[in-house]
Design a protein around this ligand. Sequence first.
Ligand SMILES: [Mg+2]
Length: 412
Amino acid sequence: MYQVSNVKKTTFPSKEVLLLTVRGRDLPGITSRLTSLIAKDKKAKILDIEQTVVHKKLLLSILLGFPGKNSDKSPLLKDLLFAAKEIGVDLGFEVFDPKLLGEENTHHQYVITCLGEEVGAYPLSEITSSLARRGVNIDKISKLALRNISAVELIAHAKKPVDPKLLTRELLSLSNEIGVDIAIQKHDLLRRSKRLVVMDMDSTLVQSEIIDELAKEAGVLKKVAAITHEAMNGKMPFSKSLKKRVRLLKGLNIEDLDQVYRRLKLTKGASKLLKVLKHLGYKIALVSGGFTYFTERLKRDLGFDYSFANQLEIRAGKLTGNVIGPIVDASRKALILETIAQGEKISLDQTIAIGDGANDILMLTKAGLGIAFQAKPIVREKAHYSISKHSALDSILYLLGISEREIESLSR
Ligand SMILES: [Mg+2]
C-alpha cells in the first residue's frame, strides 16, 4: 500500500544556485559517486537533475542550491572535482540565476515530429530555422526510428502560444519541398492519451479502391475509375458518385466479391499499426464509403472493434445495382466518429482519424488528431497533419510519441 505523507509545500530557500555539468564516457557508478558526495554535505540541496547517455557519452547536469551566499561550497566542490578526475569525466560548474528556476514550466511546449526517408542535415536545418523564425526554441531532439533517421522528434517551447495545427499547415509547403512530413502538436498529456482510431478503408487501410476492383470484374473499370477519381478529389458529391458507380456493377455475383477480397493488399505498415494499437488498448474502427461486404470481413480478420460502410443490395447471389440504407458519405463518417467516441466515453480530443479522400475531410477535422494519409491534395490542405508517400501507415505511431524501440519491445 502506498502512503502519501504530509509534506508541506515550501518555497525554495536557496540564495545561491550552481549548475554542475558532467561530461564523459559513461560508466556505471558515476552518478552514485557524485550524488553521495552531495548527500554528505549538509548545506547543498539538489534542485534539479537530468542525465542522458548518447552513444555511450554521458551528460549529467545538476542544479545545486545553497542556503546563503556565504555558505562554504569549496570543500564539496573540491571533493566533486577530485572524484571527477578519478573517474575520468569532465566536471564544470557555473553560477545559476535562481530566478530562472522553473521558468520552463511557464512556456508553451510543443512536439514536432519529422517523418521522411531521411531527416538529415538539410531538412533539419530548414525545419529548425522555420521554427526559430516563429519564436519556437528547441529543447530536445531524439530519433524515434531505431536504425535510421526516418523519424525525428523535437521537443520545443515558445514564450507566446502558437496554434500547432495552423503552424503545421503553414509548414506544408516546406514539407513538400524538403520531402519530410512535419507535424506539430502540443506537448501535453492528451497527446499520449489517445484512445480511439477511426480509419478509412480504400487507399488507406488497403492499397486499392475496392470499387475499381469490382469494376474490373464487371468489365466497367474505365467508367467507374473516372467517377471514383472525381469523387475522391471532391469534384462530385460522394453519394451521387456512389450510386452511379454501384449501378454499373449490377449483375456481379458473390464469388466475384470474394475474389476481390482475396486479392486485397493491406497498406504497408497497416498490420503493425493495428497490432500495436490493439496491444495498447485503443479502440479501432473502420469507417468506409465502400461496402460492408469488405469492411465486415476486414473487421473479423484484423480485429477492428467497429466497422461501418454502405450495404450493397444482393438478390439471388447477384448485385442489383442498388445500395441499401443511408449512404456513408463525408458527414456520416464524421457522425460515426462522434457516435463511437460518445458510446465509448472518449472525448473527441482523444480520437484519431486517418483517411485519404475528400469524403474523409470532415472526419479528419473533427478528430483530435486528423491525419491525411498519402492523401489527395484537397485533403492534405484541410487535415491537421499529413503523411505522404515516403512513410508507411505505422509511422502514425511516431506521431503518438511511440518509438520503434518501444514497438519492438512490445512485440518481444
Ligand atoms: Mg479512401
